[in-house]
Every structure is written in C-alpha cells, then in structure tokens.
Design a protein around this ligand. Structure first.
Ligand code: PHE
Length: 342
C-alpha cells in the first residue's frame, strides 16, 4: 500500500505539471477522485487489509486525497496567472502591418464652398462681408426697398409671414438698407445668407435657399461700374472665356434693372440641354440702386449713387458641380456632401 501511494504521488505530480487547461485539470480530478478513480480503488484495496493495517492505510489514502485536492487548486491558480500574462503580452505588442483606425475628417458643404469662393472674389475687389437677420420686418423686406403694400411685385417675392409685421426674409436685399444705415459711403458690402419663399418643392425650387447680395455706393457710380465689376466676377468664377450679357429687367429697388446671363459653362455657348439651346445661363439680378432706397438708407441720393445685385447660391453650385436636383443639398447624405472640395 505504501509503495502504491508513493507511485501514485509521483504520477499525480507529473500530471499536474502537464495540465495546461481547465479541461486537463478536470481530467485529473476524474482520474484520481472520480467514482472509478485511484482513490476509490485504494479504499477498496484497504478493505482487504488486516484490522491493524487498516487505520494506517486509511490515513495514507486520506492524505493522498488531500494532496490531489490541494494540487488541483494550486494548479488552477497558476493557470489563471498564466493566461492573464499571455493576454497582457498580446496587448503589449502590436502588429504594425494592421490598417490604422481611420480618422473621419469633416468636409465643407458645397453651398458653403460656393459662398466662400464668391465672398473671397468680392473681398479681393474691396467688399466687406456683412450679415443680416433672417427674421425681418415688413419694412426692410418691402417698404424700404420701394415695394409698397398692394404693389403687384410683392407677389414676385412671395413671403412667409410670422405675424402682421414680421416675415422670413424673401431675399437678402433688406440688408442693403441695414448696411447703408450703419456704414457711410463709400461702401462695398457682400451679404451671404438664407432666404425663404413658400414655393412648392421640386428639382429646382426649395422653400429655403441661399443668396448673396452685393451693394456698392460711392460718388459718380454708373451702369459702367456695374457691368465692369460683374463681368470680372463672372470670369473669375466661371473661367476667363466667360462672357456676360445684361438684359433689361424690372426690380422695384433698382432703376434701371438688369438680369445678367453668362455663357453656358457646360457647352461654352454652343447650346445644350442645361441652357435650353440658348448658349446663355441667367445667374443674377442687378441694377442701379433706386434713389428711394438710398434715401431709406439715409444716403443723399443727389450726391451718391450705387449698384446692387443678388444671386442664388444653389443655382451657381448646381451649374458649377453639375448637380441636377436642388433637394440633394438639404438631405444631409454624406455620400453626396463628401464629393465636393477639400
Ligand atoms: N432681390 C432680388 C431677388 O431676390 C435680386 C436683386 C438684388 C436684384 C439686388 C437687383 C438688385 O430676386
């Protein structure tokens, strides 16, 4: 019995040393402590011993049983430490061939890009950027711009009313008057911003869109200055080959008034689907500031004159980038937004 126990003890130590997983430890437990395990066998053998030998053998077997239990516990603790060390080693080293975590960079919206480009062209020509409120009074949106109540032209600037005297501005022109009230001539301002009109939404209309307004007031400003500034601007924005055409038009706040066309940037004036075969694209409205508007801005119209223009940003962006539906600007689809600029 004593020899048997000694042999089993050696075997147990070897088994424990080899065990490298929970499953292996469980195997050892079954092998020694299971119903058909070594300890059970030993107790059976003990039954065959004489009465004096039994107590000694019993003690030996119990000691061995304890040895198995302690050994399993100890090995389990060791294994836990080992696996922890292994995962630490793994985390401590890294694979330099793995692709890095991408950093998402933001992009400017195409409308912002066009506003920035137009702004910097006019800043080069001495204009300063100013902004005005989107919630506007009826006075600035209409009266001060020589659009009296009941005048049919109010319909052309169809408007969202907030209450009896406040509107969502239907154009950026009210900022002409606000700028004149604050700045004394000579003045050159450029006003980008949102405007609102209750239009049915389709591929080329939106209830909200962007305009940029320009205003220059000085002594002896004539239509020649208007044509000069706007032709240079068109060439800088659309390319040196671009021609400008000034067609007579009507706006209540300018006299005379014009609409300005540029050679179609898609067909270079040959005639295509976008310019409807004409070779020209309308890009803005302009004119010589009406004396009543100068007076509303507290500027002496006998001493000063000026020109003003207003342009739709979405239209320019659509032409520049070949975008066919205005609604794409407002859907916030990153697949669309990411295509433009740096
Ligand atoms: N405010 C006009 C519009 O929204 C554009 C314009 C501005 C025309 C300045 C002439 C002068 O259509």
């Amino acid at each position: 019995m004593k020899q048997k126990l000694e042999a089993l003890e050696l075997e147990l130590r070897a088994d424990l040393k080899k065990a490298d997983s929970r499953d292996a430890l469980e195997g050892i437990r079954i092998k020694y402590l299971g119903r058909k395990g070594h300890v059970m066998d030993l107790f059976q053998d003990m039954g065959k011993l004489s009465a004096e030998e039994k107590p000694k053998a019993g003690k030996g077997i119990n000691r061995f049983k304890q040895l198995v239990q302690d050994g399993l516990k100890q090995r389990q603790v060791e294994l836990g430490k080992l696996t922890k060390q292994k995962s630490l080693n793994k985390a401590g080293t890294f694979d330099i061939t793995l692709p890095s975590v991408r950093r998402e960079l933001g992009r400017l919206h195409p409308i912002t890009l066009v506003i920035d480009e137009i702004s910097s062209l006019f800043v080069e020509m001495g204009f300063q950027i100013v902004e005005g409120p989107e919630i506007e009074t009826e006075y600035y949106n209409f009266e001060a711009l020589n659009i009296p109540l009941e005048h049919p032209s109010r319909e052309a600037f169809d408007t969202f009313y907030l209450d009896a005297s406040h509107v969502l501005r239907s154009h950026t022109s009210p900022v002409q008057v606000r700028a004149m009230e604050k700045l004394k001539p000579p003045l050159r301002v450029l006003v980008p911003g949102k405007v609102y009109r209750p239009d049915a939404v389709d591929a080329s209309h939106s209830f909200m869109f962007h305009q940029v307004e320009g205003l220059l007031v000085d002594e002896n400003i004539s239509m020649a200055h208007l044509k000069g500034f706007l032709s240079v601007f068109a060439r800088k924005l659309f390319g040196e080959q671009t021609l400008s055409r000034f067609r007579p038009h009507f706006f209540p706040f300018t006299e005379p008034s014009v609409e300005v066309d540029v050679t179609c940037i898609l067909c270079q004036g040959k005639g295509c689907r976008v310019c409807k075969g004409s070779g020209w694209l309308e890009i803005l409205g302009a004119g010589m500031v009406h004396p009543r508007v100068l007076e509303a801005g507290k500027i002496d119209s006998s001493k000063y004159s000026g020109f003003a223009f207003g342009m739709g940003i979405e239209r320019v962006a659509m032409l520049k980038y070949g975008i066919e539906d205005i609604r794409l600007f407002y859907e916030n689809d990153l697949k669309f937004n990411r295509q433009f600029g740096g």
